[in-house]
Design a protein around this ligand. Structure first.
Ligand code: F0G
Length: 353
């Protein structure tokens, strides 16, 4: 029997990544995520086609794994024994997982009390050294940058170009699945690394002649954490979408370049709009994402309601799994739960059958 083809971003997309013969070809099976057609929201969004890129299906439940595998492999190639990141939760879960697999120490700096429970559980399970800082993500990233400049620890935030290189591979996959680039790519924006990475991926694919066009990039920030929309940093960002609770994105210029070069937009969606899209995705599409991911769909719905949808084919990036933030789910819904005895008759009675 032939063994299955090795999976993962380094194996599949290595020729487009900054790897050398000395790069360890590590993998947790990241990438190759499903592209699933919408059944209900397509029409509500005023689109001819709406597809969801389920980055929530990556090994640690978010898109971060695509870039982390490259960042950790390159850190190992450079002889690092430890990695560090600041994080709203997903980067730390991913860094801790790859560090555990590769025998590295992982330091994670998280804003105290502002990280969703599932993400904390992951960092703990993978054995991360967790530092809860008295400040927000932006403060933690500043500290991580200073610390890694001073100590022999590799910084694996998206300011590390290897992260962006890995994350651009999602754009390649979308083009390969659809046969070309879509008209619109809708994506949540926090620290702005991912919109930067996708734009780079789409541009590279077109330059290589593998796509005939570029999508318009539609980035969406949470209204309480929308520095790019406002044109100035936000000192105290707030939003239910804690993953994108960021007031001064590191890849700010990458995001505005993606917007301007693609003829796209970066706009804000309110927490109510985010939670409405979060619920619609779960109840009408059967897709459970975390609130930040729903920002991409909330943005498309907002454009449609304002009469600004122009049809065409869109892809919404669903960046993280709903299981990461169980508290938001429990708070959002009135659960349909009835207590019943453990017998068929008792359950019939409880159901009124
Ligand atoms: N969606 C999710 C689920 C995220 O975790 C993040 C960022 C984003 C969207 C925004 O992506 O920062 O590249 O613009 N999470 C980072 C973290 C900040 O620490 O996990 P971005």
């Amino acid at each position: 029997m032939t063994p299955p083809r090795e999976r993962g971003v380094l194996h599949r997309w290595g020729e487009y990544l900054p790897i050398t013969p000395g790069t360890p070809m590590i993998s947790l099976g990241e990438g190759d995520t499903p592209l699933v057609r919408s059944v209900a929201l397509e029409a509500l969004c005023g689109l001819d086609e709406l597809w969801f890129k389920l980055e929530s299906c990556n090994p640690t439940g978010s898109f971060k794994d695509r870039g982390m595998v490259v960042a950790v492999a390159k850190a190992m190639e450079d002889g690092a024994k430890a990695v560090m990141c600041a994080s709203t939760g997903n980067t730390s879960a991913s860094a801790a997982a790859y560090a555990a697999r590769c025998g590295l120490t992982c330091f994670v700096l998280v804003p105290g009390g502002k990280v969703a429970a599932g993400k904390m559980a992951q960092a703990i399970a993978f054995g991360g050294r967790i530092l809860e800082v008295d400040g927000n993500f932006d403060d933690a990233l500043n500290a991580a940058r200073s610390l890694t400049a001073k100590h022999p620890v590799a910084l694996v935030n998206s300011v590390n170009p290897n992260r962006i290189a890995g994350q651009k591979t999602a754009a390649f996959e979308i083009c390969e699945s659809l046969g070309d680039a879509p008209d619109i790519l809708a994506i949540p924006v926090g620290n702005a690394g991912n919109i930067t990475a996708y734009w780079r991926g789409f541009c590279e694919w077109a330059e290589l002649g593998r796509a005939s066009r570029h999508p318009r990039m539609h980035g969406f920030q949470a209204a309480g954490a929308a520095p790019i929309v406002l044109g100035a940093p936000v000192a105290e960002p707030h939003t239910v979408a804690t993953a994108i609770r960021i007031g001064n994105p590191a890849s700010w210029t990458g995001a505005t370049a993606a917007r301007d070069e693609s003829g796209g937009l970066i706009e804000a969606v309110t927490d109510d709009q985010i939670l409405e899209a979060y619920e619609l995705l779960a109840r009408r599409e059967g897709i459970f994402v975390e609130p930040a991911s729903a920002a991409s769909v909330a943005g498309l719905l907002k454009l449609a309601r304002e009469g600004r949808a122009r049809g065409g084919r869109a892809v919404a990036v669903l960046t993280g799994n709903g299981l990461k933030d169980p508290d938001t789910a429990v708070a959002r819904y009135v659960p349909d739960i009835t207590r019943a005895p453990a017998t068929a008759e008792g359950i019939e009675r409880a159901l009124g059958w």
